[in-house]
Design a protein around this ligand. Structure first.
Ligand code: GDP
Ligand code: IMO
Ligand code: MG
Length: 426
């Protein structure tokens, strides 16, 4: 029996899609548990590149059951387009299942997201994520199953909600609203297209675990974007940490065996918010260019900086990490020296724990440990012992600073550019 949660240890874009795809070769089931189409997970196999937003990154393996759990906010139009895009490229999507309990992202959520981000300046992906989760928590949202239940009751409720949203859009922001009938017709058409994929996914996952299948829970975003534990308010609106897997799928915590933290060998961030190790020099530019650090969902430039072990220790604690997958080690190949932040200096004092407040974090100066670079191409290395000594020293320093052992190391975007040091799924 193996149920493994895969979670981003930093601010997202750690390479979760690549690692998920790699592990999906062995996994029977891959499950998304939070987020929505704000996620952009890249998978490269041979010369093909796939961008996945809502569909789990296990979809390229035809035998893997891929599930969008109840914790994900679902934009049905986006799912339909993603399915069509995959099918056009010869990818079978018959093994996709979507939770009937998943809340819907409705076009008014996206519009409100875009309008409100003008003043809140979080720099959201404008995919309607915050407004859709706000409606869920406020109990004013709609779930997929609502579209299939008592139509007359639903119609009334829906009309009232659209009127409320139109009031916000028109009266508060001077924007145009939505026609409830047209919107409803769109949703009804979409749910019919998706009907073959809809299921009680919590039960499917429960059964898979009971039957001893290998299940991977694919997190989106990352620890520091988590609504509770991230750099609030510069976060997303879901539980992106490992705890989210239980509520976002409908399984108990005792079902989970391991938690794999995906760690990019340096740090990146998209959107606004404090970032202590951010680099504004040539090294920052090199990381961005060699690492192709441009957003998968919005195309925005990612801010880049040195690896931050204060963040990683925090991620290890919040998620209960048992293993690390270190990605993009190859991006550091040409550097003569590499740095890891081991503590923050705040008002003259060294602090080792990640601070709770953004106003403190903003004033934190990183304290660096400097290590020798390896100045060699790692991209073709397939065994840990073959890595240059300096690269191994870098990886082992990460293990020492976090107290967590690595299981996988990625040295390129391709599925096969992955070094296994500890088995995740037998
Ligand atoms: P995710 O959101 O965590 O799935 O990450 P993204 O897909 O948004 O961003 C990671 C980017 O790095 C993608 O373009 C991947 O193809 C690429 N990538 C993943 N692992 C590696 C690696 O080890 N080396 C390099 N050079 N690129 C990688
Ligand atoms: P993956 O799964 C990186 C960031 C946005 C913004 C903040 C809130 O690819 O790692 P939202 O649209 O969620 O309300 O935006 O969160 N953000 C991400 N950053 N990777 C992601 O996903 C992200 N999803 C959201 O840039 O700062
Ligand atoms: Mg991404």
């Amino acid at each position: 029996m193996a149920a493994v949660v895969l979670v981003g240890a930093q601010w997202g874009d750690e390479g979760k899609g690549k690692i998920t795809d790699f592990l999906a070769e062995k996994a029977d089931c891959v499950v998304r548990y939070q987020g929505g189409s704000n996620a952009g997970h890249t998978v490269e196999v041979k010369n093909e590149k796939f961008m996945l937003h809502l569909i789990p990154s296990g979809i390229l393996n035809p035998d893997t059951l891929c599930i969008i759990g109840n914790g994900v906010v679902v934009d049905m139009q986006e799912v339909i387009e993603e399915i069509k895009g995959l099918q056009k490229r010869g990818i079978d999507t018959a093994n996709l299942r979507i939770s009937l309990r998943a809340p819907l992202v409705i076009p008014y959520h996206k519009k409100i997201d875009a309008v409100e981000d003008r003043s809140s300046r979080i720099g959201t992906t404008q995919r309607g994520i915050g407004p859709a989760y706000a409606d869920k928590i406020n109990r004013t949202g709609f779930r997929i199953c609502d579209l299939l239940a008592d139509r007359n009751f639903f119609k009334e409720q829906f009309k009232r909600q659209v009127e409320n949203k139109n009031w916000i859009l028109e009266e508060l922001y001077g924007e145009t609203g939505f026609n409830p009938q047209e919107l409803l017709a769109q949703l009804m058409n979409q749910v019919e297209v998706l009907r073959p994929y809809l299921a009680d996914t919590s039960y499917l996952v429960y059964r898979a675990i009971q039957e001893g299948h290998k299940v991977l829970f694919e997190g989106a975003q990352g620890t520091l974007l988590d609504i509770d534990h991230g750099t609030y308010p510069y976060v997303t609106s879901s539980s992106a940490t490992a705890g989210g897997a239980c509520t976002g799928v409908g399984i108990g915590p005792t079902s989970i065996n391991r938690v794999l933290g995906v760690v990019k060998a340096y740090t990146t961030r998209v959107g606004e918010g404090p970032f202590p190790t951010e680099l504004h020099d040539n090294v920052g530019i090199l990381l961005r260019e060699r690492g192709a650090e441009f957003g998968t969902t919005t195309g925005r430039t990612r801010r880049c900086g040195w690896l931050d072990a204060v963040i990683l220790r925090y991620a290890a604690r919040i998620n209960g990490l048992t293993d690390l997958a270190i990605t993009k080690l190859d991006v550091l190949d040409s550097l003569p020296t590499v740095k890891i932040c081991v503590a923050y200096r705040y008002k003259g004092t060294l602090i080792y724990e990640f601070p709770e407040s953004g106003s403190i974090l903003k004033q934190c100066e990183p304290e660096y440990l400097e290590l020798a670079g390896w100045q060699q191409d790692l991209s073709k290395i397939t065994a840990y012992e073959k890595l240059p000594a300096q690269a191994r020293a870098y990886v082992e320093k990460i293990e020492e600073l976090t107290g967590i052992k690595q299981a996988l190391i990625a040295v390129g975007p391709q599925r096969k550019q992955t070094i296994i040091t500890r088995t995740v799924f037998d």
